[in-house]
Design a protein around this ligand. Structure first.
Ligand code: SF4
Ligand code: FES
Length: 247
């Protein structure tokens, strides 16, 4: 399969970037999207050109490192799929594919397709953990958690922190990400003691990092590779209200 790629190239955070055309041949349908970029990079290196920088690590939808805007869609055209899980069978002979980095003020471009997403790390550091000293691990069956609550918490825990929700939102809101982390911990007994300070800390940090307000369009939910639902944003708002009433 032959393809025309239009890829964002940018030398550094303060250098202007632009889309550069690359023609690639011998792409097979069973290649992953990242493997296709690997093949392109091998060709660039062989020609003495600078390879294209892009983030990746696990390549199996777990780590949240991969982050490409593909033809205007965060993580590409497949729903519930991270960039690394997207395969070239989704494209046709002679397709033109536009590949860009996440676009958000809080995620500045470092180089080419790689952005700085440490804003998410600072939000987690502001409360996305459990630090109460509970002694030795209790026997699991002695902490009763209802099935519905356990499933809802584990669904929220599936968030891989990729930032596609931010990239898809016209306001670059991080509400879906923060709501997933708050929902995961606030619903479980181990997360209860710190739930108020957690939600206050994470929301304050989110605002401080420059993410926008929720646009209420649901673009985040549609782009999320882990299908985190908007219900979590409702829960985040409830947690915030609760924290403000008891302080
Ligand atoms: S909510 Fe979804 S899109 Fe947003 S960071 Fe988590 S996994 Fe990625
Ligand atoms: S590379 Fe880890 S989720 Fe895609």
């Amino acid at each position: 399969m032959k393809l025309n790629l239009k890829i964002w190239r940018q030398k550094g955070p303060s250098t202007p970037g632009n889309l550069v055309d690359y023609d690639i041949a011998d792409v097979t349908p069973d290649m992953s999207f990242l493997e296709m970029l690997d093949v392109l990079n091998v060709g660039l290196v062989e020609k003495g050109e600078t390879p294209i920088e892009f983030d990746h690590d696990c390549r199996e939808g777990i780590c949240g490192s991969c982050s490409l805007m593909i033809n205007g869609n965060a993580h590409g055209p497949e729903t519930g799929t991270a960039t690394c899980q997207l395969h070239m069978r989704r494209f046709k002979e002679n397709d033109t594919i536009v590949i860009e980095p996440w676009r958000a003020k809080a995620f500045p471009v470092l180089r080419d397709l790689m952005t700085d997403r440490t804003a998410f790390d600072r939000i987690i550091a502001a409360g996305g953990f459990i630090s109460v000293n509970t002694g030795n691990a209790a026997e699991a069956n002695s902490i009763l958690v209802g099935k519905n609550i356990a499933e809802s918490a584990m669904d929220a825990a599936a968030c891989i922190g990729c930032g596609a929700c931010v990239a898809a939102c016209k306001n670059s809101s991080a509400m879906l990400f923060v709501s997933a982390k708050v929902s995961h911990l606030a619903q479980l007994p181990q997360g209860h003691p710190e739930r108020s300070q957690r939600v206050r800390g994470m929301v304050t940090q989110m605002d401080h990092e420059g993410f926008g307000s929720c646009s209420n369009t649901g673009a985040c939910e549609a782009a999320c590779p882990k299908e985190i639902t908007l219900e979590n944003i409702t829960r985040l708002n409830r947690e915030m209200l609760r924290a403000s009433l008891i302080s």
